[in-house]
Every structure is written in C-alpha cells, then in structure tokens.
Design a protein around this ligand. Structure first.
Ligand code: NAD
Length: 462
C-alpha cells in the first residue's frame, strides 16, 4: 500500500502541522519502503479536538447502529486481508504466512467479536431501586507498539468504538503503514468523521502530547514497562484513567508427568513465532531435574529447525538489544545449546533462534524481557520450587502448564501470579480477557472484559 503523507483527522487525510517525516524500513532487507509524517503536539491537539467534537453524536448512537458500523469495519478488513498481511510483512518483517494467519486473521476476528458485543452487551441493568448505566469513558488516547501492529490497534479501537468512545491513535513509529490502512478501513466502513483519528509520530513527541492532552479521558497504552510507568505517572497526575499492557517473562511449566516432547515443541514454537517479539511469549521453560537433559536436547533440535523460517526482528536497535542479551547470558554462565550472539546474515536484522540451558532464576536472561527469539530453560526440584521460579519475576502476563493430569495443571495454574495460562496447549481465545498481574499491566483487553475498560458507571435511584 502507498503511504499517506497526512494525518487521518476528522474523517479526512489532512496535511501535518510540521514537515518532518519518519522513514519506514523493511527489516528483512533494510530498504526504506515509505515515509509518514512525524506528528507534533499541534497535530495531536487537532485530532483530540475532532474526537471531542464527534463524541456526543457517537455516544448517542444506539448500540445496534454502532454494531452495524463495526460489522462494516470487520468486513472491510476481511476484504483487505491480503493487503494487511503484505503490509505487516513489509514493515515488521514477519514471514507472509504468519502475517496471513496471525497479523491479518486475529484482528479481523477481534473486530468481529466487538461487532457482536456492541449489539448484545448489557449497557444497562437494574439493581434494587436503581438503574445502572455503563456509559462511554469519553475520548481515548491509544498508544500502540509494533510487534502485533494491527492486532494491538484493533484490540483498543474496536472496544472503544463499541463502547461509544471517540479515539485518537498514535501507532508505533516502526509500523505506521498498517495503521494508515486501518484508518482507510474505518473511512470505508462509514464511521462518522472524528470518531477515529490517526496521528503518526515519535513516542516522546506525539505519544507524550497525547498522554498529556487534557482532552483525553483514558490513555490506553501497550508497550514497554518503562514507557508504561512514565505514561501512568502523567495520567496519575492528571487523574486520568489509564490502561497498560506491558512486558512479560512468562513461564512454561512442564510438570513431571507431562507429554515432554509435545510441551517442549509447542513451547519452542511459542517463543520463536514472530521472532520472539510477543509480550506473552513463554520465554522461561521450567523442567523437572529428572527430565531436564532430555528437554534441553529436544528444545535445541526444535530451535534448529526454525533456522531458515524465522523472520528478522523489527529494527537494528532491537537486533542489537537482543544480541546483547544473548552475550549477557553467555557471560553470566548459561550454556548456549542453539543460536548465537552473532547475527546470522549480513543484511536484515536477523537473530538466530537461541536456546540457553543451565539458566538460574537470578540471571538477567531469566528476569528481563528480551523480545527476541531467545528461550531460557530452567531446572526445578519439585512443584513448590517450580512455583517459586514461575512467580519469581516482576512480570505476570501469561504462562503455560503441562501435566498428564489436567486437574493437577489447573491447580498449579491457579497459584501462578499471572493473567492468562494455557493448559496443555490450550488454543488462543480472542474473547478471553488478556492482561497482566504485577508489572505486566493494569486492565484487560479483548472480549467483554476489554469492552468494560472503555465504560464508566452511573446509577440513577428511583
Ligand atoms: P516502547 O514502549 O518504547 O513503544 C511503544 C509505544 O509507545 C510506541 O508507539 C512509542 O512511540 C510510544 N512511546 C515511546 N515513548 C513514549 C513517551 N515518552 N510517551 C508516549 N508514548 C511513547 O517500546 P519499543 O521501544 O517499541 O520497544 C522496547 C521494548 O518494549 C521491547 O524490546 C520490548 O521489551 C517491549 N515491548 C513490549 C510490548 C508488549 O506488547 N508488551 C510491545 C512492544 C515492545
């Protein structure tokens, strides 16, 4: 798709206030594939004003009509699914098959789920002598990352629109093209002007201006914990609502009676997919000491198979960061059983699928989010030890438990300090609430829980 040289504000593409642009680079070949405007506080202000002006009309639109617009939006995204996949492949570097199956298909499913929820959600209930209304929170400032670029936009925009909110989106600077495509889809779907607005730009400039704008009622952010903390402090000072989807260091706990080969293979695939750039990735594999060596062997074999199939990471900066962590793992005494701290190719920001054995819970690679194709395999003594290790980071976003006996896996999962756990390879559910315990975030996305984030409650007594 061709990049727009303006911002989508108040229902049209308008010139940016300034002249600066951001170059979009294909991480697989390092070629510049387009430029988008680098928005400033002035663009953000125009967009927030447009959203505020559109808010009363959209809030007053009956839920059934909002549902119809969301259905139209889902249908436009579906009709453009090939273009979505090609765009994400070009700016993120994901292999085309993965872009089709995940980067295009998941947001279409999520948009569809909110088209349905908008029409069926109980925005009103009776409690004794009261009627309780769920009303839209107002204007949403959405700040999204690049790793699942369209999914993260839709996971905010679709529930916000279903709730009756207006929205200003500041997408990640690495992946603005699919955000522009989404704005085109909103337009084609016939949403009223100003209900959805797009400002491309740098985080510390356009993102910061959006978080600080007094016309924004809720800041919904997905990205790093460091920036999330900063945004939460801005929102806190302004007594503004905030939703945060941050990092993770999720544990894949393989209990002694599990199907080891399956648990290890699925676990490795989970980490390597999207080149390890998944906040919910199970980057720590926990294996009982009696089966540890076997698991390491299986993991190394599984990782080696990914060698040619894995895409690059998003940028030179990210490649440097991930390779730095691999070097640190070696320096701290972990054993490299697959992969390397050297880039595997001259061109493109590639990182070899990497597996570390002999990782102890205190090592940097067992504590910090690497956001690359790097798996740490840790040894545990017994279930209590496994639980201590699993819960022993500042994060709590996702996880997995494998056991021969499902009830045993569930009992373990209930003791994990984390927001989502897959039992014996349970499938991704786009309606299940997604979000973090501890420093992995505040609030939930997806399904009815995700819609509730964009509502506030009013009660009338009779
Ligand atoms: P980031 O947190 O810097 O960027 C996410 C979004 O926040 C982008 O849109 C960015 O422009 C914006 N932003 C940056 N600084 C801002 C500021 N001061 N005010 C307002 N908005 C701002 O993430 P990144 O630099 O793209 O990636 C760095 C690390 O973050 C990764 O290595 C990874 O560990 C983590 N990450 C996590 C997720 C996740 O889904 N949990 C997603 C992306 C990155």
């Amino acid at each position: 798709m061709k990049a727009h040289d303006g911002m989508y504000i108040d229902g049209a593409w308008r010139p940016a206030a300034g002249q600066d642009v951001i170059e979009v680079v294909n991480p697989a070949d390092e070629q510049v594939i387009g430029t988008v405007p680098a928005g400033t506080a002035a663009d953000v202000d125009t967009a927030v004003r447009a959203a505020r002006a559109a808010l009363p009309g959209w809030t007053a639109t009956p839920p059934a009509e909002r549902a119809a617009r969301l259905t139209a939006l889902r249908d436009v995204l579906d009709a453009r699914r090939d273009e979505i996949a090609e765009t994400v492949t070009a700016e993120l570097g994901a292999p085309l098959k993965f872009s089709q199956a995940v980067h295009a298909a998941v947001p279409i499913a999520v948009a569809g789920s909110y088209a349905e929820l908008a029409g069926t959600y109980a925005f009103e209930e009776k409690v004794g002598n009261s009627t309780v209304y769920q009303e839209p929170i107002g204007v949403v400032g959405a700040i999204t990352p690049w790793n699942y670029p369209l999914h993260q936009i839709v996971a905010k925009a679709a529930p916000a629109l279903a709730a009756g909110c207006a929205i200003v989106l500041k997408p990640a600077e690495n992946t603005p093209l699919v955000a522009q495509l989404f704005a085109e889809a909103v337009h084609e779907a016939g949403l009223p002007a100003g209900v959805f607005n797009l400002v491309t730009g740098l985080g510390p400039v356009a993102g910061q201006a959006l978080a600080e704008h007094p016309g924004v009622d809720l800041v919904s952010f997905t990205g790093s914990t460091a920036v999330g903390r900063h945004i939460a402090s801005i929102a806190g000072a302004a007594v503004k609502k905030v939703a945060l989807e941050l990092g993770g260091k999720s544990a894949n706990v393989i209990l002694p009676d599990a199907d080891l080969a399956k648990a290890v293979n699925v676990g490795v695939a989970n980490v390597m997919s999207n080149s390890g750039q998944t906040c919910s990735a199970w980057t720590r594999m926990l294996v009982h000491r009696d089966r540890y060596d076997e698991a390491v062997e299986l993991a190394a074999q599984a990782a080696a198979k990914y060698g040619e199939r894995i895409g690059p990471v998003v940028s030179a900066r990210q490649q440097e960061r991930v390779l730095g962590y691999i070097g640190k793992g070696v320096a701290e005494g972990a054993r490299l059983v697959a992969g390397s701290a050297e880039p595997p190719r001259e061109t493109g920001y590639f990182v070899s699928p990497t597996v570390f054995a002999e990782v102890t819970p205190d090592m940097t690679i067992a504590q910090e989010e690497i956001f690359g194709p790097v798996l740490s395999v840790l040894r545990y003594e017994d279930e209590e030890d496994a639980l201590r290790i699993a819960n022993g980071t500042v994060y709590g976003l996702a996880g997995a438990v494998w056991a021969g006996d499902e009830a045993r896996a569930v009992a373990f999962a209930r003791r994990m300090d984390t927001g989502q756990v897959d039992i014996n390879g349970g499938r991704f559910n786009p309606l299940a609430p997604f979000g973090g315990y501890k420093q992995s975030g505040v609030g939930r996305e997806l399904g009815a829980h995700g819609l509730a984030e964009y509502l506030q409650t009013k009660s009338l007594q009779f």
